[in-house]
Design a protein around this ligand. Structure first.
Ligand code: ADP
Ligand code: ZN
Ligand code: ZN
Length: 757
């Protein structure tokens, strides 16, 4: 029922295969639940470059090419317009994408419009570029005698014969130092054929030694038996303490499926932990295993996706977006570390949670879903039917499986809580408590390894002037800049962790010129420096997003550590997730408080999970482990629960609070995130929208309020939180109408079931 001029031509058919109806239904359900146009859901589901995306670009007109920017008398231009013009004039083609210009020149849009108005530039839409399979020419020998051949031609035939009758053209030419003309002659004589073959771009993995199924413990056996008895859709919560052998259960649950020609999907939180887990799967199932995550190149993702689509890949391990892996004949979905917040996408839309999507997908494909964790999310915990409680009606129910002990009855490591206030009182000014210092000293003596967890990367969290108190801030965001130590002698760097703005560290205070600039707060770099100073003999590896930026660096660093090339792994969040390093006996948490003081309603849950997970890295091998948690608030109930490894009482207490305040998993939330370059307009729009909600029944409106950090990358951010009982959902307003209240300069994201508020 659209007017004809709103309907576009079909440009291209990207695939002649169709999605199965269940998959199609899944995409539609996501679109409806997350208030997202279907096309946006499809874009998330497909690999980059399958659909292609047209790009808006700006190019100089001939007038623009001749315009002398330094001489601003003939045409009057704003400074921004001048900047954009200069940028274009510097390229030989006089042409850049809007995206690039936006990156280079702040508030570029106004400048761009001005240039177009003055006739100096014009914009155009570049047609989408599609990813293509990678093809390479292969030469195959078809005639095996040497009659009538020249000596050179005979040499080529000879080489091909020795290589089993087939070689890539490029290799062949290189071996024989020949050119293509000689091959052409051989083709004409019908000695060889040359054809294009597809080369699959895929993540190169080291060759894995084969691995046999382990004989299971009793707890593992009963877990596996229950999983195998499931017929069709069911949700299972596999609650196993760290090191209890959950992964072995996954592996043995998958094995029989593959023999039946079915496939399995395994989701993990972050690539940081994927190499180790992937290796274990590859050792068991060989190259039926494929990985799929956003750190792959576009080409790799494109190729892997097509292999999944045809069913060549039978086991897929991936991060959040792998829930869309188009595997046919799905037999099982596993979410490992299901509590992890990286399964939720905050932006762009659809703001989906992979767990929610996995539930729908398992239901539609009629296969089981296993949620595995040592510290289940409260959503999953409450979905288990207990004796006198039952889950809220809007949540699915789960069967409960428990692995309460570590393999070989290894004990969970004792957790020692150190009161840092007392350390200071008793004269210890180091960032390491006396306990931790002593443990670090013993590490090398005992030939053991340790992990040190720090909440932040970088060196210091902020730099401030000791004379006037001035704090160095990001020009684009309302946050302080973090100090990053580069190397001795090199210019030192200040970086914004929100927009990645960087500048050199000034020698004097920009406000009062005092030379006394001091660093506050400690990140991974600072801790590493402190360690080098106090324990020069200890060898360290830093493991954070600064040191793992390059492809393969996760794997390299972890391999070095596993080979005992270092005593201590110093890192952030990413080392809490699933690492299985049996030589690690010591885990230290430098400051637990940084986690607790995050302001949203999930801070307790997240802190408990993080600390329990990081503690769980200790003592997984033969030697017993030890955990030291430093804090300024040792009496905090979360810290106490971590100390006693008491998931149950922690979560039950936490659930009571959530219920009292009608927060998830009882109530539901929708967060409206508004942002704009214009601070007034975004605030006004937020007001108007909030007022619009006022007479909606069953909703509690929190806000509008400025976001935690009002300005990021020059955009001002406001938000409105809607809290409601799940059965009030049908009263939700029409989102089209809400969107219509936003002027074009204000962008609105509807975050359904938000977890970062
Ligand atoms: P989780 O995933 O629960 O943290 P893992 O599956 O990583 O635990 O198991 C911890 C360690 O115990 C791993 O090194 C694993 O190889 C080993 N393991 C698991 N199950 C068994 C078993 N049944 N017998 C012997 N070793 C096992
Ligand atoms: Zn100053
Ligand atoms: Zn910034």
């Amino acid at each position: 029922d659209l007017p004809a001029d709103k309907i576009r031509e079909v440009e291209d058919v990207v695939s002649k295969r169709f999605f199965p109806s269940t998959y199609w239904e899944l995409l539609n359900r996501i679109a409806a639940y997350y208030y997202t146009p279907l096309i946006q859901v499809i874009r998330v589901a497909l690999p980059p470059g399958l659909l292609g995306r047209s790009q808006r670009r700006l190019r100089l007109t001939s007038l623009g090419k001749d315009q002398d920017v330094s001489n601003n008398t003939s045409v009057f231009m704003s400074p921004t317009a001048q900047q954009v013009l200069q940028l274009l004039q510097k390229t030989p083609t006089g042409d850049y994408s809007y995206y690039y210009i936006q990156q280079k020149v702040k508030s570029s849009y106004r400048g761009t419009r001005e240039l177009i108005r003055l006739g100096l530039a014009e914009n155009y839409l570049e047609p989408p570029r599609q990813n293509q399979p990678k093809l390479q020419k292969a030469v195959t020998l078809i005639e095996n005698n040497d009659r009538d051949l020249t000596p050179r031609q005979r040499e080529i035939v000879e080489v091909l014969r020795r290589q089993g009758g087939e070689l890539w053209q490029s290799e062949l030419l290189q071996i024989c130092s020949a050119s293509t003309s000689i091959l052409k002659a051989l083709v004409e004589k019908s000695y060889i054929v040359i054809e294009e073959r597809e080369i699959l771009r895929r993540e190169q993995s080291p060759l894995m030694a084969g691995d046999q199924a382990k004989s299971l413990t009793n707890a593992q056996t009963s877990a596996l038996e229950l999983i195998q008895s499931l017929n069709g859709f069911a949700q299972v919560l596999l609650h196993g303490v760290t090191g209890s052998g959950k992964t072995e259960v996954y592996l043995q649950a998958i094995a029989p499926l593959l023999n039946q020609g079915k496939s399995a999907l395994v989701l993990v939180p972050e690539i940081g932990l994927t190499p180790q887990l992937t290796d274990r799967f590859r050792a068991r199932f060989g190259n039926r295993v494929q990985v799929y995550h956003s750190a792959l190149s576009d080409g790799e993702r494109y190729d892997t996706w097509r292999q999944m689509f045809t069913g060549e890949a039978q086991v897929v391990i991936g991060t959040r977006s792998a829930i869309f892996a188009p595997l046919p004949n799905l037999g099982l979905i596993i979410l490992d570390e299901e509590h992890d917040s990286s399964f939720k996408q905050d932006s762009p839309i659809p703001t989906y949670h992979a767990r929610t999507v996995a539930q729908w997908r398992a239901e539609l494909e009629n296969c089981p879903l296993i949620l595995g964790s040592a510290t289940p999310s409260l959503e999953s915990w409450i979905s288990v039917k207990a004796e006198n409680t039952s889950p809220p009606p809007h949540l699915p129910t789960s069967q409960y499986l428990s692995l309460p002990e570590r393999i070989n009855s290894r004990p969970l490591p004792p957790v020692e809580i150190v009161d840092m206030r007392r350390e200071l009182q008793e004269g210890n000014r180091s960032i390491f408590s006396r306990s931790l210092q002593e443990a670090l000293e013993q590490l090398q003596e005992k030939k053991q390894q340790g992990i040190l967890f720090i909440h932040r990367r970088g060196h210091s969290t902020f730099v401030s002037c000791r004379s006037c108190g001035y704090v160095l801030e990001c020009p684009n965001c309302d946050v302080s800049l973090s100090y990053h130590h580069v190397e001795e002698g090199a210019p030192q760097l200040l970086r914004c962790h929100y927009c990645n703005y960087g500048r050199s560290h000034p020698p004097h205070c920009p406000e009062c010129s005092s030379p006394y600039l001091k660093f506050f707060g400690s990140g991974t770099q600072r801790v590493a420096q402190e360690l080098n100073r106090q324990f020069p003999a200890l060898k360290l590896i830093r493991f954070d997003s600064d040191t793992t930026r390059n492809k393969g660096s996760h794997r390299n660093l972890l391999t070095q550590f596993a080979n005992k090339e270092a005593d201590l792994l110093v890192g952030t969040q990413m080392l809490t997730k699933g690492l299985d390093l049996p030589q690690v006996t010591l885990v230290g948490v430098v400051a637990a408080d940084g986690l607790l003081h995050l302001s949203d309603y999930r801070a307790n849950e997240r802190t408990f999970q993080t600390l329990t997970q990081v503690a769980g890295r200790a003592g997984r091998g033969e030697d017993p482990g030890r955990v030291i948690v430093q804090t300024y608030t040792p009496e905090h109930p979360v810290i106490e629960a971590v100390k006693s490894h008491d998931y149950q009482s922690f979560s039950n207490a936490e659930l009571e609070q959530r219920q009292a305040l009608n927060y998830p998993p009882y109530g539901r939330l929708i967060l409206l995130r508004l942002s704009s370059l214009d601070p007034i307009q975004v605030q006004n729009t937020a007001q108007i929208i909030a007022t619009n909600f006022n007479d909606t029944e069953g909703f509690e409106i929190l806000g509008p309020a400025p976001a935690n950090i009002l300005r990021v990358a020059n955009r001002y951010r406001w938000q409105i939180l809607l809290k409601f009982a799940p059965d009030a959902l049908p009263n939700l307003p029409d989102w089209q109408e809400v969107r219509a209240l936003c002027p074009s300069s204000v962008s609105l994201t509807i975050d359904v079931d938000p977890i970062n508020i």
